[in-house]
Write a protein that binds this ligand. Structure first.
Ligand code: NAD
Length: 430
């Protein structure tokens, strides 16, 4: 298919997904445990990803002429599809993470084999159905279902695969990178984050406190960019943390279709156990439990994998619960006195995905944003992203970018064609 037709097909995928929004959101909510209302928002986000790439058909393969500096030579850099792409996705935002890969992959003219998480495959099946309904030729879009080692393993070693694009945990990302090295595949990795949310004393206090809540407790903290580390200037620490604790105690949890619920459960029993372990380790290492720290008492929630919004105060950079992703509704609090100290703490983990700075001083905000080794920095905000802006991690949060221009280039090879219009002997060897 020429690029313009591929782009049109992406537009049709968006139309089909929009038509089936309720069915898809329902599947996503039931698989993940998130609120149905949030799953509806996820579908909206997915539509905007498909429509963003659908609008780029004309530029996707536009060749770039370069000046070779030599008479009689026509020199052009082409952009071509890479080939067969393995796309491996996690369980926290199953549909959204798949869309960040599927849309640019198809626009660039590749074929793919997509493997969703075995915990949450349902919405991805509906997305692939939409791709087929949109008229993408048979064999282009392929779906395999199964566990990681059983399914994604072969997808990263098979010599017929040209690119592995993976979103998931750091440990599995490292493993797939080693596997892909055997046949020198292109590797794109979107891994975890341990994201700092820095609140200076001069910040709009109410906005900072309110956003500190959504930063970490949205989707029960199962967000790669969750602001799970609150770094707060010492002079306002008590005021900020007391307010967060009070509000965290009031969060209402419930199943996906409970309209009074503000957040859902964790996605699996295994993940619940992991979050419990991290909190226990944090307490053993000296953190102070301010709220949460266990499962709710409410008998109506006894059957779900619910975990109370938790705030751990008096945390230090060397604690496991600060360094590693608990990926649950667990906020750790550290304090700082100076801008330099805030930056040093924020940069003090192996991760570098995202984070925020709260201050009313624009110069300070910009200085700190420049100094943070993060793929995304929000100033006086938390969480928003847009399809035209690249997303990805510094340091061990990943390799490569999704979304935006670079998110498309991940799925393209370049080829330089040097065409000599006046061939002649060089005479080099006489
Ligand atoms: P995971 O690494 O356990 O699994 C991700 C995918 O890899 C799944 O499809 C799984 O089946 C597969 N997999 C698991 N073990 C495998 C193995 N040994 N070999 C091959 N494949 C294997 O991650 P998860 O728990 O599903 O997702 C949560 C993680 O994803 C968190 O670390 C989170 O930060 C990260 N994440 C990152 C982003 C981002 O944009 N950077 C977005 C969403 C999630």
């Amino acid at each position: 298919m020429p690029p313009i037709e591929r782009a049109a097909a992406l537009g049709r995928v968006a139309d089909v997904l929009e038509r089936d929004t309720e069915e898809i959101a329902r599947a996503e909510a039931l698989d993940t445990g998130k609120r149905y209302a949030e799953a509806l928002l996820d579908v909206d986000d997915v539509l905007s990803v498909f429509r963003y790439y659908a609008g780029r058909g004309e530029e996707v393969e536009r060749p770039r002429e370069v000046d070779p500096g030599v008479e009689g030579v026509h020199s052009v850099v082409h952009r071509e599809p890479i080939g067969v792409c393995s796309l491996v996705t996690p369980w926290n935002y199953p549909l959204l993470q798949a869309s960040w890969k599927v849309a640019p992959c198809l626009l660039a003219g590749n074929t793919f084999v997509l493997k969703p998480s075995e915990i949450t495959p349902h919405s991805t099946m509906l997305m692939v159905r939409a791709v087929q309904e949109a008229g993408v030729p048979a064999g282009v879009a392929n779906l395999v279902l199964g566990t990681g080692p059983g399914c994604a393993g072969p997808l990263s070693t098979d010599p017929r695969v040209d690119l592995v694009s993976f979103t998931g945990s750091l440990a599995v990302g490292k493993h797939l990178m080693r596997e892909a090295a055997g046949t020198v595949k292109r590797v794109a990795l979107e891994l975890g984050g341990k994201n700092p949310n820095i609140v200076f004393a001069d910040a709009d206090r109410e906005a900072a406190i309110d956003n500190a809540m959504t930063a970490v407790f949205l989707h029960s903290g199962q967000v790669c960019s969750a602001g799970a580390r609150l770094l707060v200037e010492e002079s306002v620490k008590d005021e900020v943390v007391d307010a967060v604790v009070e509000r965290a105690r009031g969060i209402r949890m419930g199943p996906p279709f409970d309209e009074d619920a503000q957040t859902g459960s964790l996605t699996s029993a295994q993940h619940l156990a992991k979050v419990e372990d991290y909190v226990a380790t944090g307490l053993a290492e000296g953190a102070t439990l301010r709220c949460g720290g266990g499962r709710p008492d409410d008998p109506a929630l006894a059957d779900g994998y619910y975990y109370l919004p938790t705030v751990l105060d008096d945390c230090r950079l060397d604690m496991h619960v600060v360094q590693e992703e608990s990926f649950g509704p667990v906020l750790t609090v550290e304090t700082f006195r100076t801008e330099e100290e805030a930056v040093a703490l924020a940069n003090g983990t192996v991760y570098g995905l995202a984070g925020a700075v709260w201050t009313s001083d624009r110069d300070k905000a910009r200085r700190v944003a420049r100094a943070l080794r993060l793929g995304t920095v929000w100033v006086n905000d938390y969480h928003p992203y847009v399809a035209p802006a690249e997303w990805g991690g510094h340091k061990q949060s990943g390799i490569g970018r999704e979304l935006g221009e670079l998110g498309l280039e991940e799925y393209q090879e370049t080829k330089h064609v040097w065409e000599n219009t006046t061939p002649a002997p060089t005479g080099w060897f006489g």
